[in-house]
Design a protein. Structure first.
Length: 390
């Protein structure tokens, strides 16, 4: 017999991912301000809105001027549609079982579907027939990523199949750039040339293509010539531009916890699994009940600071020793007045902070872990409750 374990009551867990929808709205508005009037913005809210909550992120982005929403999985697209959002939605990632069970309803709901192979086109066509409604298809062209998408030399063949299918409507052609976050990399221009050539071939088969889109956050910020009809920002919406920019973007997630214990230790105290840290002075250590099961990357151990808010001031403290499953240790310093119950900001916006050090960011954790802020944000686990700031 299996006994179900109840979910942890968030009222009794100190860890919070505080989401500020106004930041997403402001970021979206700032990004739409870079676009020409004819260019629309698709807010990418996949992966549960990059960990911020898909519906929260979607509504905030729409308020900021987005007119499209993009998600990887069809089930996510259906959830957006069922929420009553009157907006164009695109989904692009499915396999045969999902297609057979979900795509008919997706197409019935008017959701746009991407196709990246002849086999995927057949799945969409069958689903459209079952739904008795034409599918609005975005043809994905593989210009160098090597993932989803038809190769440029296959475009004519699949274009002819689309033209001859009464249940397929070509809505767009699109691609995903591999190195747009490095503006100096010549591969972007090479991919754009392949995309444009493929679109010319596709138009010879199906006629004018209503929409072309290829700009992600990086290309939106650095390549206005690639904005075309639609741009697809993801990470920038959440306050983390993948390239240097003067556009004012604000992080939308703040990860917080509280000190569970504070103790004074002598010089020479070892800390954590493997004893990778030994104190070089008398100091005060703080225990924070958050760890890699909550989304902190163990590989970032002993490399990143957090912000501690005490009764007297905000101060930064280094996380020391190995990150454990449920807890971390921070070095508060010998003169800290921190005590159990004081708030700890792992990253984000320390709202209401007095003049003092800035809070750590997801970029800081990403550098410590040797990864990218996308992974930091989406790693915050389900046992960390999301709290939407009013």
């Amino acid at each position: 017999m299996t006994i179900p374990i109840p979910a942890e009551d968030p009222r009794h867990v100190p860890n919070r991912a505080v989401i500020d929808p106004s930041a997403i709205t402001q970021n979206t508005r700032a990004l739409t301000g870079l676009l020409e009037e004819h260019t629309a913005l698709m807010a990418v809210v996949k992966a549960d809105g990059y960990g911020h909550g898909m519906l929260t992120a979607a509504r905030a982005a729409l308020e900021g001027g987005a007119t499209w929403l993009g998600v990887a999985h069809p089930a996510s697209a259906l959830a957006l549609s069922r929420a009553g959002l009157d907006v164009n939605i695109l989904t692009w990632l499915y396999e045969p079982h999902t297609a057979e069970t979900v795509l008919p309803e997706v197409i019935s709901s008017g959701i746009n579907v991407s196709v990246g192979s002849s086999a995927m086109l057949e799945l969409v066509s069958a689903a459209a027939r079952q739904a008795d409604r034409r599918a609005r298809v975005h043809l994905k062209i593989d210009t160098g990523m090597g993932r989803n998408g038809v190769l440029p030399e296959q475009v004519r063949e699949i274009g002819a199949a689309m033209r001859e299918d009464d249940f397929i409507e070509i809505a767009a052609a699109w691609t995903h750039l591999t190195d747009a976050d490095d503006p100096s990399d010549p591969s972007t221009d090479q991919e754009v040339a392949r995309f444009d050539s493929a679109c010319e071939a596709l138009e010879e088969e199906v006629g004018p293509i209503p929409l072309q889109h290829l700009a992600n956050s990086a290309a939106l910020l650095t390549r206005p010539d690639l904005h075309r009809d639609l741009v697809r920002p993801g990470i920038a919406l959440y306050g983390y531009p993948p390239v240097p920019t003067d556009v004012p973007l604000r992080p939308a997630m703040t990860l917080t916890s509280r000190l569970a214990l504070v103790k004074e230790v002598p010089e020479g105290t070892t800390i954590g699994y493997g004893r990778i840290r030994t104190t070089d002075r008398r100091t005060r250590l703080g225990l924070v009940p958050i760890g890699y099961a909550d989304g902190l990357h163990r590989v970032a151990s002993d490399r990143c600071e957090v912000l501690v808010r005490t009764a007297s001031a905000d101060s930064r403290a280094l996380q020391v020793g190995r990150i454990s499953m449920d807890q971390i240790v921070i070095d508060l310093g010998p003169d800290s007045d921190a005590c159990a119950g004081d708030e700890v900001f792992l990253f984000g916006d320390a709202e209401g902070a007095p003049t003092g050090p800035a809070a750590t960011t997801a970029d800081d954790w990403a550098r410590a872990a040797g990864t990218i802020p996308y992974e930091i944000l989406t790693s915050v686990s389900g046992r960390v409750s999301r709290e939407v700031r009013a």
